[in-house]
Design a protein around this ligand. Structure first.
Ligand SMILES: Nc1ncnc2c1ncn2[C@@H]1O[C@H](COP(=O)(O)OP(=O)(O)OP(=O)(O)O)[C@@H](O)[C@H]1O
Ligand SMILES: [Mg+2]
Length: 290
């Protein structure tokens, strides 16, 4: 049984060679975020500064019912560097409301545009559908289809879930299928990480298209997703790692991997002999679990 500290040690010591981005969970509290007293939403109605502030700054578990436009806020789904994602309802359907702090985008106001443009074009059951845009003087955001599930970061670090080989196969296979679709549509996700993958009843969902871009094979290549996939799978493998010695060794020495698994992960994350496309990745992945 692995522990949080085992995986944490892996996170801080092994960068898989080239890439590791520690999931962030910090949230800034700000009292001067809004310059005017009232804010006009995209339909022209007004909502008060106090409500917006509460939405972003308070733990809604401890406050009374709150609304954003006509949507009732049920809970916070997650918080990131740029904003907060809420579970909301119009009393018929559940939605995910992703509100981003516009201030964070001042240097590059088009940043959220990619997330919007890309999500609008995608039609896949494992990817939330884009419903509507929010654009206010201080907030920018989206209403998205809600995908029910627990993200893998919570599953591992809060629930202590240990993934079996079968579960790793099931999740990896679905992620590869999603990547076949995305890359086929000319999109590279660029942020496949534990908090951006939801799990429910053996199905996975990929969220957070905040870093997604159109593939141009120059700055934005599909290979970036292979690197992330390798790193992501390593996290799943590490859940069953028990640290008997204090001395840390590289992942390929610590984990009990078959030679096919070793070559596969190295190829995903290494500098030499990289995969050319997702179909090559799929072939080796299937071979590895035969
Ligand atoms: N459509 C959705 N359905 C269900 N849960 C979602 C959905 N979108 C996001 N979440 C949950 O909310 C969390 C935060 O959302 P998201 O990852 O999109 O924001 P973020 O990490 O703050 O974004 P960014 O990296 O662009 O700053 C996710 O980790 C996930 O648990
Ligand atoms: Mg995220």
């Amino acid at each position: 049984m692995s522990s949080y500290s085992d995986t944490k040690r892996y996170c801080s010591n092994r960068r898989g060679g080239s890439y590791y981005k520690r999931p962030h969970s910090s949230r800034s509290s700000s009292s001067s975020r809004f310059s005017t007293h009232h804010h006009k939403n995209c339909k022209g109605r007004h909502f008060s500064k106090a409500i917006v502030q509460k939405l972003l700054d308070t733990d809604i578990k401890h406050s009374r019912e709150q609304y954003f436009e006509k949507l009732r806020i049920l809970k916070i789904l997650g918080e990131g560097k740029f904003g907060t994602c809420y579970l909301v309802t119009d009393e018929k359907t559940l939605f995910a409301l992703k509100l981003l702090k516009k201030k964070k985008y001042q240097k590059n106001p088009n940043k959220a545009k990619f997330e919007e443009d890309i999500l609008k074009t995608l039609r896949h059951e494992a990817i939330p559908r884009f419903i509507r845009k929010i654009d206010d003087e201080s907030l920018i955001g989206f209403i998205l289809e809600y995908k029910q599930g627990m993200n893998l970061e919570t599953m591992i670090f809060s629930q202590g879930h240990v993934f079996t080989r079968n579960e790793i196969y099931n999740i990896g296979k679905q992620l590869i299928d999603i990547l076949k679709y995305l890359h086929g549509e000319g999109v590279v996700h660029r942020d496949i990480r534990l908090p951006n993958v939801l799990f429910n009843d053996n199905r996975i969902y990929l969220v957070d298209f905040g870093l997604a871009r159109w593939i141009d094979n120059k700055n934005f290549k599909p290979e970036r997703d292979f690197l992330c996939l390798g790193n992501f799978l390593l996290h799943l493998y590490y859940t069953s790692f028990t640290d008997k010695t204090k001395k840390s060794r590289p992942w390929y020495e610590e984990l009990k991997l078959s030679s096919k698994e070793f070559v596969f992960l190295k190829k995903l994350m290494g500098n030499e002999k990289r995969y050319k496309n997702i179909y090559e990745v799929e072939m080796d992945f299937e071979e590895m679990f035969k």
